[in-house]
Design a protein around this ligand. Sequence first.
Ligand SMILES: Cc1cc2nc3c(=O)[nH]c(=O)nc-3n(C[C@H](O)[C@H](O)[C@H](O)COP(=O)(O)OP(=O)(O)OC[C@H]3O[C@@H](n4cnc5c(N)ncnc54)[C@H](O)[C@@H]3O)c2cc1C
Length: 460
Amino acid sequence: MNDQAVATFQQNLRGRLVRQTDADYDAVRALYNGMIDKRPRLIARAVDAADVITAVDFAREQGLLLAIRGGGHNGPGLGSCDDGLVIDLSMMKSVRVDPAKRTVRVEPGCTSADVDHATHAFGLAVPFGIVGSTGVAGLTLGGGTGYLTRKFGLTIDNLLEADVVLADGRFVTASSKENPDLFWALRGGGGNFGVVTSFLFQAHPVKMVFAGPIFWDAAKDGRTVMRAFRDFLPNAPEDLGTFVGLKTVPPTDPFPKEHWNKRACAVISCFNGSEAEGRKAMAPLLKDLPAPLFDWTGMMPMPAINGLFDPFFPKGLQWYWKGDFVKSLTDQTIDVHIAQAAQAPSPFCLMHLYPIDGAVRRVAKDATAWPTRDATYSMVIAGIDPDPNNADALKKWGRAYWKAVHPFNLEGAYVNFMMDDETEGRVQSSYGENYTRLAAIKAKYDPKNLFRVNQNIKPA
Ligand SMILES: Cc1cc2nc3c(=O)[nH]c(=O)nc-3n(C[C@H](O)[C@H](O)[C@H](O)COP(=O)(O)OP(=O)(O)OC[C@H]3O[C@@H](n4cnc5c(N)ncnc54)[C@H](O)[C@@H]3O)c2cc1C
C-alpha cells in the first residue's frame, strides 16, 4: 500500500479517511469497551453506500485486514482491528419512519436510542435491546433480544430487508424475495456476509409503557425471587417484557444510601400498556414475594426504559463478557448463580437472564440463521469496572462464574455475548444445525473470508 494508493482512496471517498497521524485518531478509534485497544492503519468514515463500496474494494485490492464498525459496542471489539482498515459507519445515522406501513428505514450508524427517538414520535417501536447506546447494526446481525422480544420476536424477526455491499464490491438487496439465502444468513449470522448499508424494519404500536426495575436483597431473597420469576414466566402475558438479574446496588444517587453495595436480585420489566394492566400482569409474580429494597416501576415513554441504564454504563468502562443459552433454570443452578454473583469484584458486574419464549419460539429454528429458539433464556455474565487495573479480576470472575454454571446450560451462546477468547467450536455450537448452511452461503458471498473480524463462519 503506497501513499498514492491511499491518496486516491481518500479522493474517492465523500467521508473522511482518518490516519494514525491525525490529531483525532485516538478519539475516532476508541471503542465502547475500554478493555480493547486496537490500532487500525486507516479508518474510513463512510457517509453513504458509495463510500462503503470504495472502502471494501480498497481493502480487497490492497490485501488489508478489514473491520466493520456500526455502534462500536461489541464486547471483544470486533468493530475494529489492528493494522488494517476500519469502515466506520457511525456517521450514517438517518432514520425514516413510514407511519402508514409501520416500517422504519435505518442507516447502520444508528444506536437503538436514535431509532427509538424517531419512531416514538409516531407511537411506534422496533424490538431492540435494553441499552440505548448499543449499535443497531451489530445487535441486529447477531439476533437482538430486548424488552419487546416476548411479544414481537428478536430484532431479526422484524427485519424486512437489508442493502448489502458484498466482498466483491457489488451492492445487493436481501429480503424474502431478493437473494433470500443472503437474507436468511444475515438474520443471526453477524457481519460475515457483507456490509449492511440500510435496514428496513417492521415497527409496532408502542408509546407509553409501565416499566422499571425492582431490586431485592440477593443474600436474603435472591433464591426466592429467581425461583418465582422462573415459575411465573410461562404464564405471563407477552406484552410484559421482563428479565431477571443479579447485580449490586450502585453506590451512587439516586439509589437509597442504606442499600449501597448490597448484592441484589433485580427484575426489570416493560409492559406495553397502562399502569393498571401492567400491575395486573406483574401481580402473580409479586403476590408472594418479600418486600423489595425498592420498586421503581411506573409509567414512562418507551425510549426512557430503553435508555434507563445508559448513565451507569458510559463509553470506556472495562467489560468482560461470557454468555450461554440456558436450557432450564433449576433450583440447583439458581443457588450456583447466587453464590457466584456474590463474588463479583466490582459493583458494576452483572448477570442477566433474558427470556427466550413467546414470539421467538413461534419462528422455526431453521427459518433464520439464529437457531436456539428452544432455549429458555439467553444468559450474559458481564464483568464491568471503570479501572483498567481491575481488568484481570473481571476476567477471572467472569470465567469462574461461567465455568460453574455452564454444565447446566446448552453448548452454544448468543454470539453478541461472547468475547474472542472462545474456541472456534463455540461459534459452531452457537449456530448448531444451521452452521453447515451458513458456511455454504459464506462460500457463495465471501469465499476468501474478507469479512473475518467477527464471530467467524468459515467458507465451506
Ligand atoms: C451495554 C451493552 C448492552 C447490550 N445490550 C444488548 C441487548 O439488550 N440485546 C442484545 O441483543 N445485545 C445487547 N448487547 C450486545 C450487542 O448486541 C453487541 O455488542 C453488538 O455487537 C453491538 O453492535 P454494534 O453495532 O454496536 O457493534 P460493533 O462493535 O460496531 O460491531 C459488532 C459486529 O457487527 C459487525 N457489524 C457492525 N455493523 C455492521 C454492518 N453495518 N454490516 C455488517 N457487519 C456489521 C462488525 O463487523 C462486528 O463484527 C449489548 C452490548 C452492550 C455493550
